[in-house]
Design a protein around this ligand. Structure first.
Ligand code: NG6
Ligand code: CA
Length: 513
């Protein structure tokens, strides 16, 4: 029998907050446990040690904490990869990015790297009758092979892979073009001032960080010395599109407003919002209302800004009376980094704050801090027993678990690597995933099973010098006992050769599949 629990729950009383949708009336809230609204928010480069709900004491994130207090705080959850593009690819396709070429950090003029024939998480929702949107950081390319033309209708775009609405930052905030794309068109573009973008040579005559370092307001520490936009030297060169350039201080406000609009406009139907915040990626440029407020420099200030964004989304749901039946996932695409290429004093201003928590490595790394990320799930109608989820969990399973919740069968090959683990996602079972695979910047893999972690051997560089990150490479296989040694201090490969063999074989099997 089709389980369809329609519980009439009267809308919460209370006035629409200023942060809500304005004068719109709250609707009578219906809870259908097979059709929650779904919000998935990827923060960027946020560490498991960056939030007070995960134990940070030098910074306070009250909105994210309250999301966690009303839901589940995952302590053993992983992104597939230690950088943005592959993690997002893995989550949205349910397929490991290392199975496909060209899924590394994408330039701002990359083609769309998800094949339009691939059934994505957004397609799944779309076909189930959801209204779907992608808002904020995208970083999976746009347009055809050969690169994006930003001057006409950009196709394929996110609307070619299941999203009804898009308002996106094409790549990252440190990469050109510094413009938003709305439904396939650069927002606010004046056709008489077309955009040119290149990642291999200078285009146009706008100053660059390399040639005019005296013009920058934020100096690079590594790279980031091409076209200067708003006083910030970026990766890549661009010219044109002046009327469309974003203001860095306002990005959080702009994308939060777009996300809220989408929610308000969709409140009468069922929706899936996929949102990527630019926070807390470099350049870390807080709005003046957050600047200087954390006492930890701009890296801390943009954590406050991120927390504000999450609060705005939560208030919007409350104001519409739809929070109860909205499954809200908040997480990060990869682990934290301190100096990621700009002289923003992040290290000097840490003041005892520990973004990596107790974990080794960081963004880019195969050690735990590379991919072990904050992961919070709230769905008041179904998760009635808030607390911690300590089971091993991977973002790769979001896809099949969502399909399981909706009761949508997935055809063979769709979300190939994604396991249906709705019970674990919703905290009804604390079971570990059978294994979790991690990927670092250089495509080296590790696998975790039963508390043991095996690193495949690699002759690649040990250290990423710009960011001071240990990448986790060693010509010999490494083995750590994460249960006893979560900080990966003692490589015990020599002591447990059988374990090494067993996990090497398992990794080989997963990769070979
Ligand atoms: C690196 C950039 C870094 C960041 C990263 C992508 C340099 C020196 N470093 O190449 O600043 O942009 O790419 O980050 O250019 S991610 O979170 O989007 O994967
Ligand atoms: Ca990232």
């Amino acid at each position: 029998m089709k389980q369809n629990l329609l519980l009439g729950i009267s809308a919460m009383s209370g006035l629409a907050a200023l942060t809500g949708c304005g004068p719109q009336a709250q609707k009578e809230q219906t809870v259908d446990l097979k059709r929650p609204n779904v919000i998935f928010i990827y923060s960027d480069d946020l560490g498991i040690g960056d939030l007070s709900c995960y134990g940070a004491t030098k910074i306070s994130t009250p909105n994210i904490d309250s999301l966690a207090n009303q839901g589940l705080l995952f302590t053993n959850a992983y992104a597939t990869s230690a950088t943005s593009t592959p993690s997002r690819y893995g989550m949205l396709t349910g397929t490991y990015p290392w199975r496909k070429e060209n899924t590394g950090i994408a330039p701002g003029n990359s083609e769309l790297i998800i094949d339009t024939t691939c059934v994505t998480l957004a397609d799944m929702f779309h076909e189930a009758g959801y209204r779907t949107a992608a808002v904020g950081k995208w970083h999976l390319g746009l347009g055809p092979v050969g690169g994006t033309n930003f001057n006409g209708l950009i196709k394929p775009n996110t609307q070619s892979i299941g999203f009804d609405y898009e308002f996106i930052i094409p790549a990252t905030v440190d990469r050109v073009p510094c413009v938003f794309v709305e439904n396939g068109r650069v927002a606010g573009l004046d056709p008489s001032d077309p955009i040119t973008v290149s990642y291999d040579h200078k285009v146009g005559d706008w100053p660059t960080g390399k040639e005019n370092p005296e013009l920058v307001k934020l100096k690079p520490s590594q790279g980031h010395n091409n076209t200067i936009i708003n006083g910030i030297p970026r990766i890549g060169w661009m010219t044109g599109g002046k009327s469309a350039l974003w203001n860095d201080e306002e990005i959080a406000d702009v994308i939060t407003a777009k996300a809220k609009n989408f929610i308000c406009e969709s409140a009468d139907t069922t929706f899936f919002l996929y949102m990527g915040t630019q926070d807390i990626h470099v350049p870390r440029i807080p709005h003046p209302r957050f600047a200087g407020k954390s006492g930890l420099g701009t890296r801390g200030d943009v954590i406050l800004q991120l927390d504000w964004t999450i609060g705005e989304i939560m208030h919007t749901l409350d104001s519409l009376g739809i929070a109860d039946n909205t499954l809200f996932i908040f997480t990060s695409d990869n682990g934290p980094v301190i100096d990621d290429g700009y002289q923003d004093q992040a290290r000097e201003m840490l003041n005892g704050h520990t973004p990596m928590g107790i974990y080794r490595g960081g963004k880019y790394s195969l050690y735990e801090a590379g991919t072990r990320i904050p992961f919070i799930v709230r769905w008041p109608a179904r998760i009635t027993n808030p607390g911690k989820q300590e089971g091993l969990f991977s973002q790769i399973d979001v896809f099949a678990s969502m399909a399981e919740i909706l009761g949508v069968p997935l055809q063979d090959g769709v979300a190939f690597d994604s396991h249906a683990r709705a019970k674990e996602l919703l905290g009804e079972d604390q079971a570990d995933r059978e294994y979790v695979v991690e990927q670092n910047l250089d495509n080296t893999l590790a696998i975790i099973k039963d508390g043991w972690k095996y690193f495949e051997p690699s002759d690649k560089r040990k250290y990423e010098t710009w960011t001071k990150t240990e990448l986790g490479h060693s010509p010999k296989p490494q083995l750590y006992n994460l249960k006893e040694d979560p900080s990966e201090k003692n490589d015990v490969a020599d002591k447990y050769p059988e374990k090494v063999k067993e996990l090497a074989a398992l990794l080989k099997e997963v990769v070979g599949n």
